[in-house]
Design a protein around this ligand. Structure first.
Ligand SMILES: Nc1ncnc2c1ncn2[C@@H]1O[C@H](COP(=O)(O)OP(=O)(O)O)[C@@H](O)[C@H]1O
Ligand SMILES: [Mg+2]
Length: 257
């Protein structure tokens, strides 16, 4: 093989951004994950689907360092980000490395304005250097014009769809390499569900890799490059979003067919 051919081959290999390897997690005596492995390549949208209690949120928490806060513990296995172990690294350090989570249920600060919520997102990382603040704000406002419109409004007065946009915008203030989203469409009206996914697609096109957990399996798989199907603490299936949408078991169990 010539150098040139080698170069081409290398360019075609997906770059692994995140790797979860043989991960087993317990909450006290309760086992939530049993030896799961998954990868997220740079530039992808990856979806985790599966029934309630299957361990999807636990997987996200293990990745972004929030397990400890919920009394969870990694018993065996590892999580690596850009080739380095991030197991047991605290959340604020993971944010600095470029991993940002939009938690389930949005959790914006209801009595603070939209703008204050976004600034809070920014200052969790850059407590002193505020030179980039307006640049980040503008990027978020470009993506979500409704947030610009409502920037002086208290977050609690926004619709749930707008609150979800705000929660995503707040995570984007940290300019993540990897954006984790836990149930972004939960509780949204059908119109907003599609809006949120369209925004996620746009964020991804702008260069952010996305790992999301979703109840709305159809929507998630339509937008995801690849997906993993969880089943009581294990991964039962993995494939491209398209193939999973056509998979008989997935159709019966998650797509109501
Ligand atoms: N903080 C916790 N303490 C004890 N058990 C938990 C906790 N969080 C989740 N679990 C348990 O871990 C399992 C996986 O939960 P979770 O990751 O939330 O699933 P999913 O997100 O797929 O619905 C479930 O059996 C759940 O009851
Ligand atoms: Mg969950």
């Amino acid at each position: 093989m010539t150098d040139n051919q080698l170069q081409i081959t290398n360019n075609q290999l997906p770059m692994t951004l995140l790797q979860v390897q043989d991960l087993t997690v317990y909450y006290g005596m309760v086992q939530a994950l049993n030896n799961i492995s998954l990868v997220v390549n740079e530039g992808e949208i990856v979806a985790l689907i599966g029934p309630n209690g299957a361990g999807k949120s636990t997987a996200l928490k293990a990745i972004c360092g929030l397990l400890k806060a919920t009394e969870g513990e990694i018993k065996t296995g590892d999580v690596t980000f850009r080739g380095k172990s991030i197991k047991n690294v605290p959340p604020h350090d993971l944010v600095k490395k470029g991993i940002s989570l939009v938690p389930e249920g949005r959790r914006v600060f209801p009595t603070m304005t939209v703008l204050e919520n976004l600034e809070m997102g920014f200052y969790t990382q850059f407590s002193v250097d505020s030179s980039q603040l307006s640049d980040r704000l503008n990027k978020v406002f470009d993506l979500f014009p409704v947030l610009k419109q409502r920037r002086k409004q208290r977050a609690g007065t926004l619709s749930s769809g707008e609150q979800q946009m705000l929660a995503i915008g707040r995570a984007l203030m940290l300019k993540p390499k990897l954006l984790l989203l836990d149930e972004p469409s939960l509780g949204l009206s059908p119109n907003y569900v599609e809006d949120v996914f369209e925004k996620i697609k746009e964020i991804n096109k702008n260069g952010t890799t996305v790992l999301l957990v979703e109840q709305n399996a159809r929507m998630a798989l339509e937008y995801a490059d690849r997906g993993y199907v969880f089943k009581i603490g294990e991964i039962a299936l993995e494939d491209t979003g398209k193939n999973l949408l056509g998979n008989d078991e997935v159709r019966r169990s998650f797509l109501g067919e």
